[in-house]
Write a protein that binds this ligand. Structure first.
Ligand SMILES: [Zn+2]
Ligand SMILES: [Zn+2]
Length: 169
């Protein structure tokens, strides 16, 4: 769904859209969308700046960093974004970054594709590290046993143990 400058010049645009699984390309191997993504947003033109704010919700699946099992992550996030024309950088216009938390991006051409806004927000939502639960014990680094399920006979010290450094990591 394309939000065009042409239309924004006339009025605010309110969008409500559902992206089914597979409809969006997140350019990431770290997670995938496993439920429909619903987004509601309002776009407005302020001078040459496009403001877009709203809410999106979906379900994502990533892999636990420790035990490699799939983890389902409900994703609900609000966004409030501003996009300036890319030419405003080239012309070295004075760009006043607002003091609030507003994120500023840039657009090129005749507007913004809502899909780009959504995929960027989902990527930002993803945590750097995903764990299935805070106390996930992970896999034994020696034999690969899932230590949440069973124990093994390897004598290893978990790397987050205070004794790990004594053993040289
Ligand atoms: Zn885990
Ligand atoms: Zn083991």
């Amino acid at each position: 769904m394309f939000i065009s400058l042409e239309e924004l010049k006339l009025h605010r645009i309110q969008v409500k859209k559902t992206y089914e699984v597979g409809a969006l390309d997140y350019h990431s191997d770290d997670f995938r969308q496993i439920g429909a993504l619903n987004v509601e947003a309002t776009a407005e033109l302020l001078g040459s700046e496009i403001r877009i704010w709203g809410h999106l919700g979906t379900r994502l699946e990533a892999v636990c960093d420790r035990c490699l099992r799939p983890v389902e992550l409900p994703a609900e996030t609000d966004f409030d974004l501003a996009y300036r024309p890319i030419e405003s950088i080239a012309r070295e216009e004075e760009v006043e970054i607002s003091p609030d938390e507003l994120e500023v991006g840039f657009y090129a051409g005749e507007g913004i594709d809502l899909a780009d806004v959504v995929t960027e927000q989902v990527n930002l939502f993803m945590p750097m590290k995903v764990v299935c639960r805070a106390d996930c014990r992970g896999l034994c680094p020696v034999c690969g046993t899932d230590l949440n399920v069973t124990s093994c006979r390897c004598r290893t010290v978990a790397s987050d143990s205070p004794f790990a450094s004594l053993l040289g990591g």
